[in-house]
Ligand binder design. Structure first.
Ligand code: XBP
Length: 235
């Protein structure tokens, strides 16, 4: 029997990335007077590096426009940390209010809860914004367990966040399912021995659906089930 479902946050439960986190990173660049701005295409590519601070470090140490500054490794480290502090503050102040839940996500959570399925969250995003965002979109206490980047500092595709969520839920992976939207997330869940449902969204990479045990186009509507993108048992 299914005892628990563990959800990713960014892109899976909420549309946070393109018009949320991306704008927060850009605001942080502007606050420090840096002439960098991530457009949607650039940001999609940068999402391959998980964790906001790691993403910044990677960008600052590889993008030609950043290399032109000649920063040392230590300067890059400090700058990434400062930018990420500002990004987090901006997202908390502006992003949390502005981003929306994925259509149908609340209804699916309610349905699972009614069936007695425990709900968990496994994200490696920062707790500063994860908790207020989940509270605003789904209500306080909507999830039995919430693991963030503070409890699981090793970012996805490392399975740490999923392993910890399962441990805290007290449910073995064979009785749980992960819900994800991107490649690193799917790999993290798999590495924790969890079956994975992909609910494809705004930042889902091409081909990710094929790696899932089931891939859906969304959460569906009350009178319209979700579109099935990939179901290995149907193949
Ligand atoms: C999502 C991420 C996050 C967000 C930004 O990871 O990669 O970095 O883009 O959040 P996950 P922070 O799939 O593990 O939830 O800036 O707070 O890291």
């Amino acid at each position: 029997p299914l005892e628990a479902v563990v959800f990713d946050v960014d892109g899976t439960l909420a549309d946070t990335e393109l018009e949320g986190h991306r704008l927060a990173f850009n605001a942080a660049f502007a606050e420090l007077g840096l002439p960098f701005s991530w457009d949607v295409g650039t940001y999609r590519r940068l999402l391959a590096v998980t964790g906001g601070e790691r993403r910044l470090r990677c960008y600052l140490s590889t993008a030609p426009e950043a290399l032109a500054y000649g920063w040392s490794a230590e300067e890059v480290e400090d700058l990434a940390a400062e930018l990420h502090r500002r990004k987090t503050a901006w997202f908390l102040e502006q992003g949390v209010q502005a981003v929306a839940a994925r259509p149908g996500a609340s209804r699916v959570l309610e349905g699972l809860r009614r069936e007695g399925v425990a709900l968990g969250v496994a994200t490696t995003g920062s707790p500063e914004w994860v908790h207020p965002l989940l509270d605003r979109l789904f209500g306080k206490g909507a999830f039995t367990v919430v693991v963030t980047g503070r409890e699981a500092p090793r970012r996805k595709p490392d399975p740490a966040a999923y392993c910890l969520a399962l441990e805290q839920l007290g449910v073995p992976p064979s009785r749980a399912v992960a819900v994800e939207d991107t490649g690193p997330g799917v790999r993290a869940a798999r590495a924790a021995s969890l079956p994975v449902v992909v609910v494809a969204g705004a930042v889902t990479e091409p081909g990710v659906a094929q790696d899932a045990d089931l891939a859906l186009g969304g959460y569906g509507e009350p009178d319209q089930p979700a579109e099935v993108l990939h179901d290995p048992f149907e193949a």
